[in-house]
Structures are given as structure tokens and as C-alpha cells.
Design a protein around this ligand. Structure first.
Ligand SMILES: NC(=O)c1ccc[n+]([C@@H]2O[C@H](COP(=O)([O-])OP(=O)(O)OC[C@H]3O[C@@H](n4cnc5c(N)ncnc54)[C@H](OP(=O)(O)O)[C@@H]3O)[C@@H](O)[C@H]2O)c1
Length: 287
């Protein structure tokens, strides 16, 4: 498909439309998030990504109100934190997020991380299935327009599908130069999930933006390294979620639709390793 700008719509497997770039809010403190989200909407973002664990949903909600845009024109995502897994607590957690955001529905709600066997042994599968059953019911009730996953690798999705009635629409995973997840992306896309990239610039404190290979490619296209990262994500059919609290960078991160990386450049970027970022293995995390 042809992407013209950050609000070119993609279609999820349930027909819901989603702007092809989202604005991230991880590590945006409560006292900054209201202004940052209002600025991002002013810059042109219509897709906002937050999570209960970011501790900023109230401020994100105020920023959305300040922007004065019709709610229907916005696409708002939040995520269920790990301590709230399970049928009853998932239902309560969604309502809590809606209350904090001051919204009566979400466009997308994600399970933030799969329960893993390292922490839950044989119970992990049951816990994920119960959480998903609550997500399915809330979807049927119309409180969420789409439901999905985050940090689920293809084997977690396959396991969930053994009991799921509704196929997840989205999987949001860590994708940036140095941590490309190339094979996983292909598998998830083959399962008809839209893959979203968190930390598409490597996240705070990584060395992605200083990488020489990326700098050379960026110079060739008269673009910044951040723009090259976002283009590399987009050209894989993945939806990037860049975060910045600075208006000039918010703007820069919308401007990557006027150039194309060659197949060779795509390969070169995908082959980079060890540039920092969280590089978290969902089966190994302790949270
Ligand atoms: N599902 C998950 O488990 C998960 C995990 C992490 C993140 N996420 C989501 O994904 C979003 C993006 O990830 P992220 O925030 O970790 O990292 P990111 O977007 O890859 O990088 C953000 C960092 O890059 C800086 N930056 C942004 N644009 C820049 C530019 N054009 N030039 C130079 N520096 C730039 C930002 O600084 P300034 O803000 O100071 O400009 C910030 O330090 C999050 O905000 C969140 O919504 C999800």
C-alpha cells in the first residue's frame, strides 16, 4: 500500500482503521505529558500510544481534551499492566484506564507482556488465556474497538490461539536497528496481525542514532537517522511509534514519506547488531 503521511490509514483484521504512525508516551512524565500530547496532536498525530504502567494516563487524557479534536478522529491505545492479568482484574484495569484518560472507549487495548513460564510455570498459559477472555468480552461490549498483544512472540500467539475465540488484531514488539526481529515480524504478519514497533529509534539512551552506517544512509537521502529508522520500520509493513517531547523532533518524526530505502539499504540496516535498547526477551523478563 502507498503511505502518504502519518495518517494514512491501515486496516486491522477486524476492519478498524488505524493511522500508520503513532505517537509514543513512555517515560513522558505526568507533568510533561499533557503539553506533549496536545503538541503532538497539533503537529498532526492522531494515533496516541500510552499504557497504565507509564503513570501518565491522566495527563495524556488532559492533553487529548486540550487539543480539542473530535474524539472520533483520534486513535487511542492503552495497555494492561502485568500485575492486572486474569479475568476480573483485566476488566477492572480497563475501566481504571478509561477513567484516568477521561474516555468512554479505547481504540486499542493491549496485553502489555505475556505471562511467561519463568515466573508462572505451567500457569502462564492459563493466565494469558483468562486475560484474553476478558479482553474478548470487553471487545464484544464495545468498550474497545480492537484488542491485541504486546511483546508476544509468535509462539506465545500460537499458544493463545489454542483457546482464543477472537484473533488479536495487533502485536506491539520492540523493533529498531540492532534488534530487528525480522523473522518474528514475518511470522506475526503471516498470522494477519498488524505489527507495531516500540522504541523504533532504539529508545532513550541507545546508540542507534549515532551509528555510522545509519548516518551514511541518512546523508545519502538528506534525512536524519531517526527518519531512516522510521522509514525502515514502515517499509517492513510495521507501524512505528516514535516518542519525543520536543515539537521539532515530533515534526521531524512525521517527515519520512518522501524517500525510499533501497533493498540493499534495508538489508544493511536489518543486519546491524548491538546498538543498545532494552532488547528484552519476553520469556526471560521478571516483570
Ligand atoms: N509495549 C511495550 O512494551 C513498549 C515499551 C517501550 C515503549 N513502548 C511504546 O513505544 C514508544 C516509543 O518507544 P520509546 O519511547 O522507548 O523510544 P523511541 O521512540 O525509540 O525513542 C525515544 C527517544 O529518542 C529521542 N528522540 C525522539 N525523536 C528524536 C529525533 N528525531 N532525533 C533525536 N532524538 C529523538 C527522545 O527524546 P526526546 O523525547 O527528549 O525528544 C527519546 O529519548 C513509547 O513511547 C511507548 O509508547 C512500548
Amino acid at each position: 500500500m502507498e503511505f502518504k503521511n502519518i495518517n494514512t490509514m491501515r486496516k486491522l483484521n477486524n476492519g478498524v482503521k488505524i493511522p500508520c504512525v503513532g505517537y509514543g508516551t513512555f517515560r513522558t512524565p505526568e507533568d510533561v505529558a499533557e503539553r506533549a500530547v496536545a503538541d503532538a496532536i497539533e503537529v498532526g498525530y492522531r494515533h496516541i500510544d500510552t499504557a497504565a504502567v507509564y503513570g501518565n494516563e491522566e495527563a495524556v487524557g488532559r492533553g487529548i481534551k486540550d487539543a480539542g479534536i473530535n474524539r472520533k478522529e483520534l486513535f487511542i491505545t492503552s495497555k494492561l499492566w502485568n500485575t492486572e492479568r486474569g479475568y476480573a482484574s483485566t476488566k477492572k484495569a480497563l475501566q481504571d484506564s478509561l477513567d484516568r484518560l477521561g474516555l468512554d472507549y479505547l481504540d486499542l487495548y493491549l496485553i502489555h507482556w505475556p505471562a511467561n513460564e519463568k515466573q508462572f510455570s505451567a500457569d502462564a498459559k492459563r493466565l494469558n488465556a483468562e486475560t484474553w477472555r476478558a479482553m474478548e468480552e470487553m471487545y464484544h461490549e464495545g468498550k474497545i474497538r480492537a484488542i491485541g498483544l504486546s511483546n508476544f512472540m509468535p509462539h506465545h500467539v500460537a499458544e493463545l490461539m489454542e483457546t482464543a475465540e477472537i484473533k488479536p488484531m495487533v502485536d506491539q514488539i520492540e523493533v529498531h536497528p540492532g534488534w530487528p526481529h525480522t523473522e518474528e515480524i514475518k511470522k506475526l504478519q503471516a498470522m494477519d496481525l498488524l505489527v507495531e514497533a516500540w522504541a523504533p529509534l532504539g529508545g532513550q539512551g541507545s546508540s542507534v542514532l549515532e551509528n555510522e552506517t545509519l548516518q551514511q544512509i541518512a546523508a545519502r537521502h538528506h534525512k536524519s537517522v531517526a527518519q531512516v529508522c522510521l522509514r525502515w520500520v514502515l517499509q517492513q509493513g510495521v507501524l512505528p511509534l516514535p516518542k519525543s517531547v520536543h515539537v521539532s523532533r515530533m515534526q521531524q518524526n512525521t517527515d519520512f514519506f518522501d524517500f525510499e530505502l533501497t533493498p540493499d539499504e534495508m538489508k544493511q540496516i536489518s543486519a546491524l547488531r548491538d546498538l543498545g535498547g532494552q532488547c528484552a526477551d519476553p520469556d526471560e523478563v521478571d516483570y
